[in-house]
Design a protein around this ligand. Structure first.
Ligand SMILES: Nc1ncnc2c1ncn2[C@@H]1O[C@H](COP(=O)(O)OP(=O)(O)OP(=O)(O)O)[C@@H](O)[C@H]1O
Ligand SMILES: [Mg+2]
Length: 463
């Protein structure tokens, strides 16, 4: 049996049935319809490779049927025309018909056209398979993460290789590089967990007490405000994945508790004696250098080794500039749709500026830039003037830094002092509104908060 299906549409039973017989004898799966309307019904019910239709049909014409087919499915169409209606046949070809034959039908002629269609479809199929193989080996995106650079290929490869293990994973990288996305991708690629909960907790955003109760749960009366028993995320996420973002914010007490979950899979609710078991996969992330925190005594070394079984490092955008164009295209499409606009591209000089810029806020900053520009633009191209923060792109990378001090100075001093000064300047400019300052700096609130903590910048509003 040739694995192709053909639908014959003709109101004349003699032509319809004789074609049907010929095609069945050739080994095709043949279907018949006596009108355009009936043909559409068959097309909805079966997968049809080829439609052979008479041009003249009682109600809906063959040409109208052709238009519907070209709009809604991928079948190829051969038209049958009466002697002398070549003009309509030419029109049909313009509408996308594969070929036409004139009555009286010649069996050989129709078989030759069908073979040509089959060859074409085979080629398309082969190309598709080849494309899929190449994409699988070298994906340009993975679970929503865009980028085909070598650095991202490495990330995809690690995620794909470790997803189905139970190993704890440490995701590192600057703010906005896609750590959250990578964690989600691991969960979604994990066949045994993907249908179970994915629990995400921003550890830096919660106080120690709240974080402890959030993770492990509590019993009634464990602390003021604990009015009833509550299950924690480790219980809720059982069988799934828990993503602990900003793991560096864990207090020493919580570090011990997490170590116990990692080693023995057990914990107690706050204020409870009952030891509970959990089978939750743990993924942690940080934009800090954990080894520095270990050296400074702020992070337990044994915990560090436990969570660092497999590390995924998300590269900063400035190290994979070849991905910028694809990311821009993706967010142009996304925000055009959101804003009901049709924006096709960014001007060449804008793309060049994007490539020269260092993107300290990484993809989040790029995404925000595109979103802003899509809102601003009045044409279908993003031009320089559509960028709300144009000046930051035009500054040479070192322009905002003070002159380097002479003599031997540590790298830390050279990098951190200007950073601190810049943060204070922006905070001042935003009247110490952290949301605004974080947005201006192209980082999220937590990152800004961590930097303020690190540089001991006191909030002027609370002084
Ligand atoms: N490869 C990517 N392709 C497309 N969008 C991305 C990619 N990586 C990140 N993003 C987008 O950038 C934004 C920031 O990503 P995400 O929150 O995962 O970063 P992060 O590293 O967790 O940042 P933070 O440290 O600030 O929490 C999100 O809106 C996300 O959708
Ligand atoms: Mg994140």
């Amino acid at each position: 049996m040739k694995n192709y299906s053909i639908l014959i549409v003709d109101d004349e039973p003699l032509i319809r049935e004789s074609l049907y017989e010929i095609l069945r004898m050739e080994g095709y799966q043949a279907h018949m319809a006596k009108s355009g309307e009936k043909a559409i019904k068959t097309l909805k019910e079966h997968e049809i490779d080829i439609v052979i239709t008479d041009l003249k049909l009682p109600q809906m014409s063959g040409l109208d049927l052709l238009k519907v087919i070209k709009k809604e499915c991928s079948s190829e169409v051969i038209l049958i025309t009466g002697y002398g209606s070549v003009e309509s046949a030419v029109e049909a070809m313009k509408e996308g018909a594969f070929d036409y034959i004139t009555k009286p039908i010649n069996d050989n002629e129709i078989k030759i056209i069908i073979n040509k269609i089959i060859e074409k479809r085979k080629l398309i199929k082969e190309n598709q398979i080849l494309k899929e193989i190449i994409e699988k080996q070298c994906p340009s995106s993975f679970c929503g993460m865009i980028g085909s650079s070598e650095k991202m290929q490495h990330v995809y490869h690690i995620i794909d290789s470790v997803a189905n293990s139970n190993a704890t994973i440490l995701i590192t990288g600057e703010s906005g590089t896609g750590k959250g996305m990578a964690a989600k991708a691991i969960h979604e690629s994990d066949q045994s967990r993907k249908n179970k909960p994915f629990v995400e907790i921003s550890c830096g955003a919660l106080s120690e007490t709240l974080l402890e109760s959030e993770l492990f749960g509590h019993v009634k009366g464990a602390f003021t405000g604990a009015i009833k028993d509550k299950e924690g995320r480790f219980e809720y996420g059982n069988g799934g994945t828990i993503f602990l973002d900003e793991i560096d914010a864990f207090s020493p007490n919580l570090q011990v508790k997490l170590l116990r979950v990692l080693q023995d899979g057990v914990f107690e609710r706050v204020g409870d004696n009952l030891t509970r078991k959990t089978n939750t996969r743990i993924i942690v992330a940080t934009n800090q250098t954990l080894t520095d925190l270990v050296v400074q005594g702020e992070f337990r070394e044994d915990l560090y080794y436990r969570i660092n079984v497999i590390a995924v490092h998300m590269p900063p955008l400035r190290d994979r500039k070849e991905d910028i164009a694809a990311i821009v295209e993706y967010y142009l499409k996304k925000y055009s749709k959101v804003n009901n606009k049709e924006i096709i591209n960014v001007a060449e000089d804008v793309m060049q500026m994007f490539k020269n810029y260092s993107w300290p806020g990484n993809i989040r900053e790029l995404e925000n830039a595109i979103e802003g520009a899509v809102i601003m633009t009045k044409t279908n191209t993003i031009n320089k003037l559509d960028l709300p923060n144009l000046s930051k792109f035009e500054q040479p990378p070192t322009a905002s830094l003070p002159p380097l001090p002479s003599g031997e100075v540590s790298l830390k001093k050279v990098v951190e002092e200007p950073e601190k000064a810049h943060i204070i300047e922006i905070l001042n400019g935003c009247n110490w509104n952290r949301n605004k300052a974080a947005a201006t700096l192209g980082v999220n609130r937590t990152t800004l908060y961590n930097k303020m903590k690190k540089y001991k910048i006191l909030d002027q509003k609370t002084l």
